[in-house]
Structures are given as structure tokens and as C-alpha cells.
Design a protein around this ligand. Structure first.
Ligand code: GLV
Ligand code: GLV
Length: 303
């Protein structure tokens, strides 16, 4: 049986389960072109309208990510192209990392790890004291699957959990705040867990950051686009915001140089879903969605 052609965008990500799985079943094409009915792509690469235009027979886009903000969804919709993502399988890992960033930030784990490694413990003695995380009020911006998983993890040690999303979520007991600003003004830690895209672009702006204030911290495991990065950097540099734990940035892999010397930030290279277990599960979901498409069966996780 001949293998159907498939355009695998940005194979440089090289999750072996995905790359090997795709190779086994499809005739992987390095370039877009006619005759290709499906593409596989990664969340941070997506696919734009110009690339879709070179794929006249495109019917299906399989994205290896929960966030599809790098896919031109309007163009996909206009052409009736199906889009699938990989929700659920990564929820726990992203939520774990949000908690990890909070602990790392409050307890200065990266700073003190560097102290020990450099041999300065013996010469400089103990570092300055860190801050207690237990009892801090935690606000979650975006109470989707990931936001709820963070809230459940944080609830046992938080002073209070509050959230803002476009609408109050049914069946949760956490306090609802009417806006990002109101939420930020009433918590110690604001965790960004919304999808990216136009609807949330710079939702965390200078006003929200100032409402969080010099004793507040921002954690972002969602998308850099949700935060006004210039305003964030300025607030951190000027001491108007207490600290930040960031797994995502506005223009990855670029990280604002002004952040690098700051002791009150923890910076990660977009690792939320980057565990062996989750990346395998995401790969399998991409493969299963593609298999369903080519078999004419319902897609597993359509948008
Ligand atoms: C990762 O950022 C994802 O959207 O899955
Ligand atoms: C998506 O919005 C998610 O939280 O999984």
C-alpha cells in the first residue's frame, strides 16, 4: 500500500515517537505542495495562511500542542480545514510546572543552587532569606483544564484561591474576580493559564501588573502574548513587581536581556509539557488523529 503524503512542519522538534510514527505510516514531504491532504505541526510553529495557500488539497492540520495560537484558524475555518490539538494529556505536567515555578521563585531555588555549585556557600555563607509560599493568596487567570489543575494543586497550601475567566465556572468554589485587574489587586501570586491568541493579547498589561504590585509575583505557563512583556520587564527592573516565574515569552526563544541579571525571576525555556511521558502521549494523539482522518473516522480531539 502506498503511504499517503504528509507535510511534517518543523521536524526539528524531533520527538522520536512522533517522527518515527509519522515516518512509518506516511510519505513525509519536506515542502508543502499539491496532493497533500494533511499536515502535522508543533504548537510553537503552527501554520500560516501563506503555507496553507501552497497546500490546495489540505483538509486536516494536526497540532502537537494544546495551544493553537500559531495556526491561522480563520483561514482554516474559511477553507473548511479540520484542526486537532493535544488537550488533556499535558494538563498535569503544565500544572506541576506552575507549582514548581512558584516554589522556585519564593524559596530562591535557582539562586541557591547556583551558590552551592559555585563553591560560594563556604566563602560567602548563607544567602539572604527567602519567602514563605504557604498561605499566599493565589489568583488564576483562565480557569480551563490547566487552570483548574493548578488550583487543585495549590489549594492545600494557598491562603486563598481566586480566579478570573470570561465567565464564572460552574461547580467550583474558588472566588471569582470580575476582571484581571480586580484579581491581581487581591492576590499575592497571579498565574496566567489562559490560551494565547487575539482574545487574550496583553490581557496582563501595565495596569494589571501594577495592581499586583511590589509584593506580588507573576507566573506564566501559558503564552508570552498574554502579558505585555515590555511592561513586565519595566516593572521588574524598577521594583514595582516583586518577582516572576516565566516558562513562556512573547518572542521565543528570545528572552529580554534585562531579565537575565534579575535575582527575583525564574526563567525556563517553555518546558510545560516537556516530559517524556507527556510528549509521548501528545505524539500518540497526533498519530491517532491523523489515522482517524485517513480512515474517514471521527477525529479524537478536534478543536
Ligand atoms: C504548549 O505550549 C502547548 O500549547 O501544548
Ligand atoms: C485549555 O484551555 C486548557 O486549559 O487545557
Amino acid at each position: 500500500m502506498t503511504k499517503p503524503p504528509l507535510y511534517y512542519i518543523d521536524s526539528s522538534f524531533a520527538v522520536p515517537r512522533l517522527t518515527d510514527g509519522l515516518k512509518a505510516t506516511y510519505d513525509l514531504r519536506p515542502e508543502p505542495g499539491p496532493g497533500i491532504r494533511a499536515v502535522a505541526t508543533h504548537g510553537s510553529t503552527g501554520i500560516d495562511a501563506a503555507t496553507m495557500a501552497k497546500l490546495p488539497d489540505l483538509e486536516m492540520i494536526a497540532v502537537s500542542a494544546v495551544g493553537v495560537d500559531k495556526v491561522d484558524l480563520a483561514e482554516a475555518k474559511r477553507r473548511g480545514i479540520h484542526v486537532t490539538n493535544t488537550p488533556d494529556v499535558l494538563t498535569d505536567d503544565v500544572a506541576d510546572l506552575a507549582i514548581g515555578l512558584m516554589i522556585a521563585l519564593y524559596r530562591n531555588i535557582p539562586r541557591d543552587d547556583a551558590l552551592v555549585r559555585s563553591g560560594r556557600w563556604a566563602s560567602e555563607g548563607m544567602p539572604t532569606l527567602s519567602r514563605r509560599l504557604t498561605g499566599q493568596r493565589i489568583g488564576i487567570l483562565g480557569l480551563g483544564r490547566i487552570g483548574q489543575a493548578i488550583a487543585k494543586r495549590a489549594a492545600p497550601f494557598a491562603g486563598e484561591i481566586a480566579y478570573h475567566s470570561r465567565h464564572p465556572v460552574a461547580d467550583v468554589s474558588w472566588r471569582y474576580a470580575e476582571s484581571a485587574m480586580v484579581l491581581a489587586a487581591s492576590v499575592d501570586i497571579l498565574i496566567v493559564a489562559t490560551p494565547g491568541g487575539p482574545a487574550t493579547d496583553k490581557l496582563v498589561d501595565a495596569t494589571v501588573i501594577d495592581a499586583l504590585g511590589p509584593n506580588g509575583s507573576l507566573i506564566n505557563i501559558a503564552r508570552g502574548s498574554v502579558v505585555d512583556e515590555d511592561a513586565l520587564v519595566a516593572a521588574l527592573v524598577e521594583g514595582r513587581l516583586g518577582g516572576a516565574g516565566l516558562d513562556v515569552f512573547a518572542h521565543e526563544p528570545h528572552v529580554p536581556a534585562a531579565l537575565l541579571p534579575l535575582p527575583n525571576v525564574v526563567l525556563l525555556p517553555h518546558q510545560g509539557s516537556a516530559t517524556v511521558e507527556t510528549r509521548d502521549a501528545m505524539a500518540q494523539l497526533v498519530l491517532d488523529n491523523l489515522a482517524a482522518f485517513f480512515a474517514g473516522q471521527p477525529l479524537l480531539t478536534p478543536l
